[in-house]
Design a binder for this molecule. Structure first.
Ligand SMILES: Nc1nc2c(ncn2[C@@H]2O[C@H](COP(=O)(O)OP(=O)(O)OP(=O)(O)O)[C@@H](O)[C@H]2O)c(=O)[nH]1
Ligand SMILES: [Mg+2]
Length: 613
């Protein structure tokens, strides 16, 4: 340890507030949510304590015990035991415990103590504990454990002051290291009982409000009905709240585009700015409000503690289709993006269940597909009222999310049928307390999502858009050409070559072409179509939506929507599958089955739609 700095590791059972504490200490913006298994990687941050000392803080995945059974728990174990490659053991372990659930959490505290390293116990969630009338004799607990004990409330700024003072003060003495064997393990239970009896007065074991809510939320029939209604309302909200804002942004960009164009001399540069930048990037940017509205709901649900209940309700169904209730949370993260979803599977203990979840995660509709859906739905689906109250566009969007989920169930079921090991695992999961979402955490989450979207927009999407503009513009038409200029460009040739593959499912060459950049980032399909049609001169009047309705039959649009629901995901997703499973074979399986599924489903959709119309 260098004289001026100290390395601290935050450890504890899942969902006890380690990350909330980490964010308060370091000003970090790591994800906090009300269920187990949110953090799956070690995250480092630092801050300067009042004494001027630099404190390095490590946030670790939660773990129920130090004999790690899943990849994220392994990380925690290795860091604490000083076995993590390339990392010295921490100078001080801050063990975080949920004060409302000490029966479970103290066991882990005792386990960590046996490592024989200097440690401090943070009794977190003291606000909730006091509300429930739990009284803890902190001085006695500290004396019996032989370590400093600090009460904290990680969701309030002032709630962590005492902890900072403690870690910034004199280093606590390390407890004696103890061997880790079966006998001493059995002993832990007895010790926890003794500690609880001597230091904690618990008026009632569980919260009356939680119990009352759970009678409805976990009811096998009403519970599922509530879940369906909640999900349906979320998608309605995306349309009724997000759409007007999206339209306003699109109009604003159109207006700016025409004005900027008026200032510039005609030529390739003007075309790049108006067709490529305002046409392409502007169109994608317009979908930010819809993404934010969707995530406002998802983050609120995450913080409320409702989601693990949904996992519990769906467990039976998930097992029936070859997944587990534990797959629920990673699959849910995949609605943001398959990448965090696939990384989130690290909390699934069984490698077989984990792989099944990884393979179906990309079928969940990620937020990058939302612009594509929104564009096509806006152009082709009339905004009728259904049953007087629901917006038809919202219903179609809901249906698209639903076919992704149904597709995942189908694929899970097929995998279950073909694998040899048919054992099933019961879901063991703690249900967290219900909690009113903290505006700050939701705001952090929204900010992070928004920034991810904007960074993609100014990075990969911008680059791809410029490339699309370039290949759509050059080479220019030969003298005396009769067709639109774009027909002679690289894009024209490439698109027509690809069309051989995609014509049977109803795609014209422009769409076939837009699938190439979409493989790098889904949203670019929108930017690419905007650029291609703008360069081709079709989008000049009435915007991209209009250009699409003129150039595309409805059957092609439906086929394209279905294609995007199932098609192999972007390259980054495949790269993460490779990293998480260390196997190219899984990448090939994933790509291959999704391509086949998408092609067959689009083929059927296209031909049925043509036949019906
Ligand atoms: N009322 C209250 N809620 C808290 C407190 N600390 C954390 N929370 C909430 O508890 C939940 C879990 O917090 P996290 O920080 O994500 O927990 P974690 O220990 O990092 O969980 P994993 O990463 O899954 O191991 C979130 O909903 C927080 O808002 C607290 O002191 N009081
Ligand atoms: Mg965490």
């Amino acid at each position: 340890m260098s004289a001026g700095s100290l390395r601290i590791a935050l450890v504890g059972n899942p969902n006890c507030g380690k990350t909330a504490l980490f964010n308060q200490l370091t000003g970090g913006r790591q994800k906090v949510a009300n269920y187990a298994g949110v953090t799956v990687e070690r995250k480092e941050g630092r801050f300067t304590a009042p004494s001027g000392r630099l404190l390095h803080v490590l946030d670790l995945p939660g773990t129920y015990s130090l004999d790690a059974t899943s990849p994220d728990e392994q990380i925690t174990h290795d860091v604490c035991a000083g076995l993590y490659p390339g990392e010295a053991p921490p100078d001080l372990i801050v063990c975080v415990a949920d004060a409302t659930n000490l029966r479970l959490h103290l066991r882990f505290v005792l386990e960590v103590k046996r490592l024989g390293r200097p440690m401090v116990l943070a009794l977190n969630m003291m606000d909730a504990a006091r509300r429930r009338g739990i009284v803890i004799d902190v001085a006695e607990l500290s004396r019996r454990l032989g370590m400093p004990v600090v009460e904290t409330i990680a969701v309030r700024r002032e709630g962590v002051k005492a902890l900072v003072a403690q870690v910034d003060g004199a280093m606590p003495e390390a407890p004696p290291a103890q061997p880790d064997d079966a006998a001493s393990r059995a002993d832990l239970h007895a010790q926890v009982r003794e500690l609880l009896a001597a230091t904690v007065a618990m008026p009632r074991a569980t919260d009356a409000v939680d119990d009352a809510l759970d009678r409805w939320a976990l009811h096998p029939v009403f519970g599922l009905a509530i879940l369906a209604v909640v999900m349906f309302l979320v998608f309605q909200a995306v349309y009724s709240v997000g759409k007007p804002m999206t339209d306003a942004i699109a109009d604003g960009f159109d207006w700016m585009g025409t004005h900027v164009a008026a200032w510039m001399p005609a030529g390739p540069l003007q075309s790049l700015v108006t067709d490529g930048l305002f046409g392409g990037i502007g169109t994608v940017l317009g979908f930010l409000p819809e993404i934010l509205v969707l995530f406002l709901f998802i983050l609120t649900l995450e913080e409320s503690g409702y989601l693990p209940r949904a996992a519990f309700l769906l467990d039976r169904w998930m097992v029936a289709v070859g997944l587990t209730g534990r797959s629920f949370i990673p699959l849910l993260s995949s609605f943001a993006c398959a990448i965090p979803g696939i990384m989130g599977t690290r909390s699934i203990t069984d490698p077989r269940d984990r792989l099944a979840t990884i393979l179906v995660a990309p079928l969940m509709t990620c937020s990058a597909r939302l612009p594509v859906y929104a564009l096509l739905i806006g152009a082709f689906i009339p905004s009728h009222r259904v049953l007087g109250v629901f917006n038809l566009q919202g219903v179609v969007l809901f249906a698209l999310y639903a076919i992704g989920i149904l597709g995942a169930m189908l694929v899970g079921y097929v995998m279950k049928r073909i694998r040899r090991d048919k054992s099933e695992h019961a879901l063991l999961m703690e249900l967290p307390s219900y909690r009113l979402p903290k505006p700050r955490d939701v705001a952090i989450g929204l900010y992070e999502r928004g920034m991810i979207f904007l960074k993609r927009l100014t990075g990969v999407i911008l680059a791809l858009t410029v490339i699309m503009w370039f290949i759509s513009t050059f080479p220019g038409p030969p003298p005396g050409a009769t067709e639109p200029a774009i027909e002679y460009s690289i894009a024209g040739h490439l698109g027509r070559a690809l069309q051989h593959i995609f014509a049977p499912i109803g795609f014209n060459w422009q769409i076939s072409l837009s699938l190439i950049p979409a493989f790098a980032a889904r949203e670019t399909a929108v930017a690419a179509l905007a650029t291609v049609y703008a360069v081709g001169g079709d989008a000049a009047t009435g915007g991209l939506g209009h250009a699409l309705t003129v150039n595309f039959p409805l059957a092609s649009a439906l086929s394209l929507l279905v294609w995007f629901a199932f098609a192999p995901q972007c390259m980054s997703t495949l790269a993460v599958i490779r990293r998480e499973t260390a196997s190219w074979r899984n990448v090939a399986i994933s790509f291959g089955y999704m391509f086949a599924l998408a092609y067959v489903a689009s083929f059927i959709t296209y031909h049925v739609a043509v036949w019906l119309s």
